[in-house]
Ligand binder design. Structure first.
Ligand SMILES: O=C(O)CNC(=O)[C@H](CS)NC(=O)CCC(=O)C(=O)O
Length: 276
C-alpha cells in the first residue's frame, strides 16, 4: 500500500473534557465519511485552558482514563488509525505527581500502537506579555518515538518540538520516519510568524510528509491559538491547510513522493559529522 487518505481534526478545546471529546468525535466521524484512514487530533485534545490545580484534579493515569478508552473504541468502530495528538495523564516522578503531555497512536483494533511524551517544554515569555511554564505541570519525555503504519513510518512529536530540527533528523535518519506528526496548540502570535515556514522546512529538509493538527481560535479563557492545521508533502508543497475554525482537512498521501524527493535531493544521506 503506497497511498492513503490522511486528515487533521482542528479543535478549539475548552475547559470541559467530555465536551472537547464530543467535538473531536464529531469531526473524526466527518473525516472518516470523507475517506480518511489516518486521523490526527491536536495537542491537548481533551484538556485545555485549565490552571494547574484544575487540570490535575480532572486527570487520571493513562490506564484509568475513560476519555482514552472512548477514543480507542471509536478507532475500532471506524476502522481507522486514530492519532490523539496529545492528552494529559498523571505520572509519578520521584518526589511529586505531575502530568505527561502524551501523544497516542491507536490502531484500527483499538490498541495503543505507540505513545510519545513531549520532550521540549514550552517555558517562554513572549514580547506581548504572554507567558508559559509548561514544565511547572508537565514532566518532559526522554525518548524519540516512531511507529510503523501500513503505508510508512510515523515520527511522533508535539508542538514546540517543531523548533528542534535535530529531533526530526534523528526520527528520519535513525528511526525510519517518512511521515512526521506535529500536533500542536501554537500561540496565535508565534504561529503567524513561524508556523508555516517551520512546518514546510521540516518536510523539505527531511523529505518527509508533515501532518499537523492544531488548536485554533479564541478559547474560553481568552487565549488565542493559531489553528492552520496543515498537511505538507516532502517537496514542501502544502496539500491542505485550515483557517482557525474547528473543522477537518484532508489530503491523499502518495508515499512514492518520499523516494522521489529524497532521490532528487539526497541531503539525508549527505549528513556528515564535523568538528566544532
Ligand atoms: O497548555 C495547554 O493548555 C496546551 N498546551 C500548549 O499550549 C503547549 C504547551 S504550553 N503549547 C506549545 O507548545 C506552544 C508552542 C508555540 O506556540 C511555539 O513554539 O511558538
Amino acid at each position: 500500500m503506497t497511498s492513503f487518505r490522511a486528515a487533521c481534526v482542528q479543535l478549539r478545546s475548552g475547559r470541559d473534557p467530555a465536551h472537547n471529546l464530543d467535538e473531536a468525535e464529531r469531526l473524526i466521524r466527518e473525516a472518516r465519511r470523507d475517506g480518511a484512514e489516518y486521523i490526527q487530533t491536536p495537542e491537548q485534545t481533551a484538556t485545555m485552558e485549565m490552571n494547574r490545580k484544575a487540570m490535575m484534579a480532572v486527570l487520571s493515569a493513562e490506564d484509568d482514563d475513560e476519555g482514552l478508552k472512548r477514543m480507542q473504541a471509536l478507532a475500532e468502530e471506524l476502522d481507522i488509525w486514530l492519532h490523539i495528538g496529545s492528552m494529559s495523564f498523571l505520572v509519578k516522578t520521584c518526589d511529586e505527581v505531575k502530568a505527561a503531555n502524551r501523544s497516542l497512536l491507536i490502531s484500527p483494533a483499538g490498541r495503543i500502537a505507540a505513545r510519545y511524551d513531549k520532550i521540549h517544554m514550552f517555558d517562554v515569555d513572549l514580547e506581548n506579555g504572554e507567558s508559559y511554564r509548561e514544565s511547572a505541570s508537565f514532566v518532559p519525555g526522554e525518548k524519540a518515538v516512531s511507529a510503523i503504519l501500513p503505508w510508512g513510518t510515523l515520527g511522533l512529536t508535539i508542538c514546540y518540538d517543531l523548533r528542534f530540527p535535530y529531533l526530526y533528523r534523528a526520527l528520519c535518519n535513525q528511526k525510519g520516519a517518512n511521515i512526521l506528526a506535529i500536533p500542536a496548540a501554537f500561540t496565535k502570535r508565534t504561529g503567524q510568524a513561524h508556523w508555516e515556514v517551520l512546518m514546510r522546512a521540516r518536510a523539505i529538509e527531511n523529505g518527509a510528509f508533515v501532518i499537523a493538527a492544531a488548536q485554533g481560535g479564541k478559547h474560553e479563557n481568552g487565549r488565542k491559538t493559531y489553528g492552520h492545521s496543515i498537511i505538507v508533502d516532502p517537496w514542501g508543497t502544502v496539500l491542505a491547510e485550515a483557517q482557525d475554525e474547528p473543522c477537518f482537512i484532508a489530503a491523499d498521501i502518495d508515499m512514492t513522493r518520499v523516494d522521489v524527493c529524497r532521490k532528487a535531493i539526497p541531503s539525508l544521506q549527505h549528513d556528515r559529522a564535523f568538528e566544532i
